[in-house]
Design a protein around this ligand. Structure first.
Ligand code: FAD
Length: 400
């Protein structure tokens, strides 16, 4: 790595650009979502000079990391690699949360429930036993007495993770980037484009140099690298709604209601308790149609609002007739099977590709960033399932 100047607080675009067009950075990270911000932070912790760039701001309203809340959990069926990553990442999120003025993590627990024993649940228990991690199995009677606000009529059992819960997504990324900048990293607002020159990226059209350039562009990755990723990252429309719980009823507060997901046949629905008074969250995890993160219509459709309401009223009877408080349309940036992309660019020297969060990436931000930093600094490739070579052009979700 070239020795370049250490930078102090990001005080603005001009200071960063003028200084570094002559000298260059150790690394430039494009994209200040959960993946890019943690990568920048891990590189900074290893005393590298790092410029983090975003076209609209950390965890902005169009970014996949820009939502109110994201679930963190360790149950991943047989995919122990994600169980371990979630656990390691949670330690980082908690440390960040402890230093933040407002909470970034709510340990409300996570409850998955099933109409019968399925491989996913069986494998989750096996992995947790093997790794000596807590994962409670609750039968129907236990579920009913512990969570009376949920209708468990067709449910055989639940799987409860007491140590996990909700990350306050947008706030967490903003806090991370603020701390990154306060500790010597630089952050600027700019639109980045790959350059034909090695070690160069164009920031709002101006060339900037770095030893390593990491593109963590979330759902924009297929647009930034259309030849390589245009058919390997599938960007889908996802809809989320919030419902006001009954006034004065604390059955929907964290502590009484955990983060939850309903695995009963058909589509998977999931949500959160009434976190910080924003309302009960509900979403459907099925992949929607293709979505353009720049131009896609972010208004909720009547059809989807009705689906969410019908589900909420059946499973959470006290929500019948309660008003929606908010809708959000976001996008998943799915890889072919749901595994992340953490790899080098196949032809451009010192260019790296990071993405494929696939609707479950947020919680793993700290570990994803660490793995990318190790690849950049030590050439240590992560597990082969995160390689570009494993990303096919057929969308066949496997990781849940
Ligand atoms: C509705 C919804 C629910 C989800 N639920 C969960 C959950 O419960 N748990 C969980 O773990 N995960 C969840 N996820 C997935 C998770 O949010 C994403 O996997 C993760 O946030 C992706 O982060 P990212 O950094 O890769 O992308 P992003 O957050 O999209 O960040 C990419 C950034 O790159 C910037 N950028 C792009 N192109 C350029 C450019 N050319 N120049 C400069 N900047 C650029 C963008 O502005 C953006 O800020 C959910 C996602 C959605 C949409």
């Amino acid at each position: 790595m070239r020795i370049s100047r250490r930078t102090a607080l990001a005080t603005g675009v001009s200071a960063a650009l003028t200084g570094c067009s002559r000298q260059g950075y150790d690394a430039i990270v494009v994209g200040a979502g959960a993946f890019g911000a943690w990568t920048a932070e891990h590189l900074r912790r290893r005393s590298k000079s790092v410029l983090l760039v975003d076209q609209m701001g950390p965890a902005n309203a169009r970014a996949s990391s820009g939502g109110e809340s994201r679930m963190t959990r360790s149950a991943y069926g047989r995919d122990a690699i994600y169980t371990q990553m979630a656990l390691a990442s949670l330690r980082e999120w908690k440390r960040l949360s402890e230093r933040s003025a407002l909470p970034l993590f709510h340990q409300c627990g996570v409850l998955f429930f099933f109409e019968q024993m399925v491989d996913y649940a069986r494998d989750s228990f096996a992995v947790h036993q093997e790794l000596d991690l807590p994962l409670q199995q609750l039968d129907n009677a236990q579920l009913k007495s512990r969570f009376p606000q949920i209708n468990f009529d067709d449910v055989e059992f639940g799987l409860f993770e007491p140590d996990f819960g909700a990350l306050m997504a947008r706030r967490a990324v903003e806090e991370l980037v603020a701390r990154f900048a306060a500790n010597g990293g630089e952050y600027i607002l700019a639109r980045a484009e790959p350059s034909a020159q090695p070690h160069e990226v164009l920031l709002d059209g101006r060339p900037e140099r770095a030893d390593a350039i990491i593109y963590a562009c979330g759902p924009w990755l297929p647009k930034v690298f259309p030849e390589i990723l245009g058919e390997r990252i599938f960007v889908t429309r996802q809809e989320v709604a919030f419902i006001a719980p009954p006034d004065g009823d604390d059955n929907f507060s964290p502590g009484r209601l955990p983060g939850w997901a309903d695995f009963n046949g058909g589509d998977l629905y999931y949500g959160f308790p009434n976190l910080e008074g924003r309302g009960f969250k509900i979403a459907r995890d099925a992949h929607g149609g293709h979505f353009d993160p720049d131009t896609g219509d972010r208004r909720m459709s009547e059809e989807d609002a009705s689906l969410l309401r019908a589900f909420a009223e059946r499973r959470f009877p006290a929500l019948a007739g309660r008003p929606f408080t908010e809708f959000r349309v976001c996008q998943y940036e799915n890889s072919s099977n749901g595994d992340f992309l953490i790899d080098r660019h196949p032809t451009l020297a010192n260019v790296f590709l990071l993405g494929g969060g696939s609707g479950h990436g947020f919680k793993h931000g700290p570990e994803v960033g660490r793995l990318m930093a190790e690849l950049v600094l030590a050439g240590r490739a992560p597990d082969p399932r995160f390689s570009l070579a494993t990303k096919t052009t057929a969308q066949a979700r496997e990781v849940l």
